[in-house]
Design a protein around this ligand. Structure first.
Ligand SMILES: Nc1ncnc2c1ncn2[C@@H]1O[C@H](COP(=O)(O)OP(=O)(O)O)[C@@H](O)[C@H]1O
Ligand SMILES: [Mg+2]
Length: 168
C-alpha cells in the first residue's frame, strides 16, 4: 500500500526492480528503454546515473532505480534520512514514502544561486556534515553546490535532493 502510488504502478515498479536485482544489470540502460519497460503514467522529469525521476504532479517526485546499484543508493538514502540529527536533516529533501528500489520525495525546483551568499551557506552545510564524518562529494566541491543534486527550499535553505552516496 502507498499513499502516493496506485497498486498497479507499485506492481510495475516491483517487477522492474526485481529484474534489476536478479539480472545484475550493471550497464546503464537508456532513458527510453527504462521508460518503455516501466510504463508508468507519470511525467518524466529527469534522470541521473542510478535513478529515473517522475513528477507525481502533487508536489512530489518518484525516483526509481535504473540500474542495480540504484537499489542500494535508495536504501542508503532512506536510512540516512531516518538516522541523521535534526541539524543535518533540514538539508535532506523530505522522503514521503519508499519501497525496494523506489522513493517518493518532495519536489524542489529552485536552483541554488551562484553567488557569495550561497557559497558561504554551502560551505557551512559541507562543514556540518563533515563534523559528523560525512563527505558531500556528490553535493559540493566544498564551496559550489553541484546543481544536479542540490536545490533551494522555499525558506532559502540548501537542500540535497540526491543523498544516496552520503555515508555516516
Ligand atoms: N526532489 C526533486 N525535485 C525536483 N527534481 C528532482 C528531485 N530529485 C531529482 N530530481 C531531478 O532528477 C535528476 C536525477 O535525480 P537524482 O536523485 O540526482 O538521481 P541519481 O541518483 O541517479 O543521480 C536530478 O538531477 C533532478 O534534475
Ligand atoms: Mg544525482
Amino acid at each position: 500500500m502507498s499513499k502516493y502510488l496506485k497498486p498497479k504502478d507499485l506492481e510495475r515498479i516491483g517487477r522492474w526492480v526485481k529484474k534489476l536485482d536478479s539480472y545484475m544489470l550493471l550497464d546503464r540502460p537508456s532513458d527510453d528503454i527504462v521508460l518503455g519497460v516501466l510504463n508508468l503514467p507519470y511525467k518524466y522529469i529527469g534522470s541521473g546515473r542510478h535513478r529515473i525521476v517522475f513528477d507525481l504532479d502533487n508536489g512530489y517526485v518518484l525516483k526509481v532505480a535504473r540500474m542495480g546499484k540504484g537499489i542500494q543508493r535508495i536504501r542508503n538514502e532512506v536510512d540516512l534520512y531516518h538516522s541523521v540529527p535534526f541539524d543535518l536533516k533540514i538539508h535532506l529533501c523530505k522522503i514521503a514514502d519508499y519501497g525496494e528500489g523506489w522513493v517518493v520525495m518532495k519536489k524542489l525546483d529552485q536552483k541554488v544561486p551562484r553567488n557569495e551568499q550561497f557559497y558561504k551557506k554551502t560551505k557551512i552545510m559541507h562543514d556540518k556534515f563533515s563534523h559528523f564524518g560525512m563527505k558531500l562529494s556528490d553535493v559540493t566541491d566544498g564551496k559550489k553546490a553541484k546543481m544536479g543534486n542540490v536545490r533551494l527550499s522555499k525558506g532559502k535553505k540548501i537542500v540535497i535532493i540526491d543523498y544516496g552516496n552520503i555515508h555516516a
